[in-house]
Design a protein around this ligand. Structure first.
Ligand code: 6GU
Length: 230
């Protein structure tokens, strides 16, 4: 997998890959990443990439020419535009996109990107939630992380993918480590005894309770689906 970040601010993205699991995956060549600066494609004297909005309104809009020229170079890539008006990005998208060879994330800054660029080049538009951000860099990283951990070999422990929240419609059970009692609070004793059937049953009960509390709508859906499957 190759990730390309089309951004005016590569340093915002770069830092995330310098540590932890993704750093190890990079070193193992499980994926790679690079940058494309639209400013390098600006066909005007001052390397200008933005202009005032047609029809008025506050702020500057990224103009079509530099992005057209930059994005035209990418054949056979999946081009994603992070935008608050996109479809909500989900775990299913992360898994599906983990099978692609090359994903290009196009980050807008200023008030946005000239819509013609989106019309011409976007394969998918995604939002990461209902709030306003100053640019697409953080959403691009959020999506890259979610995608990268679904690439074979990126996570050491294959099991950890399967039991996680959103992999089933239940939230993942809470985790504990040693000591058994801390601050007067105990690790559930079943976890300490090592009977795997009992541990699995308890994890399922805790997952169900947690989902009921934090995502009551999701639990109803889960019950329905499992009922239908029987
Ligand atoms: Cl994906 N992009 C931007 N720029 N803002 C957002 C967003 C994405 N999701 C929520 N706000």
């Amino acid at each position: 997998m190759r990730f390309t970040y089309v951004t005016l601010f590569p340093q915002l993205v770069e830092g995330y890959f310098q540590d932890s699991i993704l750093k190890r995956a990079l070193q193992s060549a499980l994926f790679s990443y690079d940058f494309c600066d639209p400013r390098d494609y600006a066909a005007n004297k001052h390397n200008k990439v933005d202009d005032t909005a047609a029809g008025g309104g506050a702020g500057m809009v990224m103009m079509p020419q530099p992005l057209y020229d930059a994005l035209s170079r990418f054949d056979n890539a999946t081009i994603i535009f992070p935008t608050p008006v996109g479809k909500p990005f989900t775990q299913n998208d992360a898994k599906r996109l983990a099978k692609k060879k090359h994903i290009v994330f196009v980050s807008g800054r200023y008030e946005g990107i000239d819509e013609r660029v989106v019309e011409r080049f976007a394969d998918e538009l995604f939002s990461i939630g209902d709030y306003v951000l100053t640019g697409g860099e953080l959403p691009s990283l959020v999506m890259s992380d979610a995608i990268a951990r679904n690439i074979d070999g990126v996570l050491g422990n294959r099991d950890s993918l399967l039991t996680e929240s959103f992999e089933t419609s239940l939230l993942e059970a809470p985790s504990f480590t040693k000591p058994a009692i801390y601050d007067g609070l105990t690790t559930p004793s079943e976890f300490l005894k090592g009977n795997h059937n009992k541990i699995t049953a308890l994890k399922f009960a805790l997952s169900t309770a947690k989902t009921q509390y934090f995502r009551p709508g999701q639990l109803i859906q889960h019950n329905k689906r499992t009922t239908y499957e029987k």
